[in-house]
Design a protein around this ligand. Structure first.
Ligand code: ATP
Ligand code: MG
Length: 478
């Protein structure tokens, strides 16, 4: 079997990892870098303003000497990591540098110094007018003296951008670490997927392949109480049903061909014997009678098959009418008079009321009764009796056909309504039976949206009970 689903899921997982790293490497880095740079610039600006307003202003108010201010500023630059503090004249001449001591002769000028280039922001990045060979973040604060509010000079605080990048990289590394942890944690999803979806799905696919190849007996189990478990259970139930139907079908074909063959063989045997004179002409009448009986059997079988086929077509059309069920029962009982006499079986009728109107398809209900009584007589012992009873309850009429015959084993009781079902014991007893009688009964009762049940004990007897709706007029009479 191809492992495509698993591969797809793995691919999704790998893509998730790659995109995760790309997003972290780009967005997280640029966002933290921006944030750190702004924070650093803010702190440096406050710092620069403070210097401009205190030590540097003192210098211009001629309250302190350049040397003292230099010492103070060197100390301050140490206080703020990795910074260089300058005091620059508006013309660009360096007055003071925390990183070196300027002698009186040192004339260092920042070429092209222009504090307005930063525009509205108070900081700039770059090599600061060519003064550094690495990229710097530089913050300005003007020094004004109170007497005339003129800008005397600027305090400029520099820090290498590389140090901010290093901090951003630290954050990036933490993010990578978190991503790896997250990635490992999401392996749990993969494990869950494998255990809960993939493995059961493989079992189910293997089973489907087996079923498709015709191995309906293939057994498998998925022990989970979720959709997968349900799917597996339904699938194996379906396979079981198909297997059973296949068995039934085979049994049926065997039965039907057997049932067709035996009358045909006997018909042929009699006809050949009549033709070649083995049976003398004066005996023809008797044997033709047997032949006719045999053809009747064949007709019965064919008719039953046809009936079932018609009933089976969806939405059986019922020719509903109000009729007296008691009368129908009497008629059916009467039609079995001959058979009953042969087997010495009595039919006992226990009918509620003289007349009992029901609303149903009369000819189909007649067939139901016919099949039930036929079975009752067929599976009864000589000299016993069959009881047909009607009772009413609420808006229903219940009809029961009860015999004291061989009975049906418990495990067979739910199968008797299945098509072609004949218990093996009865096969010997009743060669004529096709096993279709009760399935026809069931279809008819189902079409009426009513129920039929069987109660039976082996060796004691069997009772079939079905319900019918009372006719509306009867309700009015009540
Ligand atoms: P057909 O009705 O086509 O002649 P059949 O009677 O064998 O054949 P069904 O009427 O469908 O078929 O009955 C199915 C099986 O159920 C019977 O073969 C028999 O084994 C069992 N059965 C039905 N009714 C009774 C009964 N009253 N007592 C004992 N077994 C019964
Ligand atoms: Mg029958």
């Amino acid at each position: 079997m191809k492992r495509t689903l698993y591969l797809k899921f793995l691919l999704a997982y790998v893509l998730f990892a790659i995109f995760g790293f790309i997003v972290v490497a780009t967005f997280v880095y640029s966002m933290t870098y921006e944030r750190l740079r702004r924070d650093k610039a803010d702190t440096m600006y406050q710092f620069a303003t403070q210097i401009a307003n205190t030590y540097a202003a003192d210098l211009y108010n001629a309250e302190t000497s350049l040397d003292t201010v230099h010492t103070q500023i060197v100390a301050l630059s140490r206080y703020l990591d990795d910074t260089t503090i300058w005091i620059v004249n508006p013309s660009g001449r360096l007055v003071l540098d925390s990183s070196r001591l300027l002698g009186p002769g040192d004339e260092i000028v920042v070429e092209g110094f222009d504090p307005t280039t930063t525009g509205s922001s108070y900081y700039t990045t770059g090599d600061f007018f060519g003064s550094f060979d690495q990229e710097m973040l530089s913050v300005f604060a003007p020094i004004t003296i109170q007497s005339n509010y003129k800008v005397q000079a600027y305090v400029v605080v520099h820090t290498p951008v590389a140090s901010i990048q290093a901090s951003a990289n630290d954050f990036l590394n933490i993010s990578y670490l978190m991503l790896i942890v997250l990635f490992l944690l999401s392996l749990i999803i993969l494990i869950f997927f494998t255990e809960l979806v993939y493995i059961p799905l493989r079992k189910i696919t293997t089973a489907t392949e087996q079923y498709a190849a015709g191995n309906m007996k293939y057994e498998f189990s998925v022990e989970s109480e979720d959709e997968m478990g349900y799917l597996a259970a339904s699938l194996s139930y379906m396979a079981g049903e198909i297997a059973r139907q296949e068995d039934d079908q085979k049994k049926f074909v065997a039965n039907v061909s057997h049932d067709f063959r035996s009358p045909l063989t006997s018909i042929r045997g009699y006809l050949v014997a009549m033709q070649d004179g083995t049976i003398p002409e004066e005996m023809h009448g008797k044997y033709l009678g047997i032949v006719i009986n045999e053809t009747d059997r064949l007709t019965k079988l064919t008719n039953e098959l046809l009936t079932l086929n018609n009933l089976n077509t969806k939405g059986m059309l019922l020719d509903r009418a109000d009729f007296d069920i008691n009368q129908v029962i009497r008629n059916v009982a009467e039609s079995f008079g001959g058979t009953c006499m042969d087997k010495n079986i009595g039919i006992e009728l226990v009918l509620t009321d003289e007349q009992m109107l029901v609303n149903a398809d009369m000819s189909k209900i007649q067939q139901v009764l016919y099949n039930l009584v036929d079975n009752a007589i067929k599976f009864s012992h000589k000299g016993s009796s069959v009881k047909i009873e009607t009772t009413e309850k609420h808006s229903k009429v219940f009809v029961s056909v009860k015999d004291s015959g061989i009975g049906i084993p418990k495990e067979d009781q739910k199968l008797v309504f299945d098509r072609f079902y004949k218990s093996d014991t009865s096969r010997g007893k009743d060669k004529k039976g096709t096993g279709l009688g009760l399935s026809i009964v069931k279809e008819i009762i189902k079409a009426h949206e009513e129920n039929i049940n069987v109660i039976s004990t082996v060796g004691v007897g069997t009772e079939f009970i079905f319900s019918l709706p009372k006719a509306a007029v009867m309700d009015a009479d009540d």
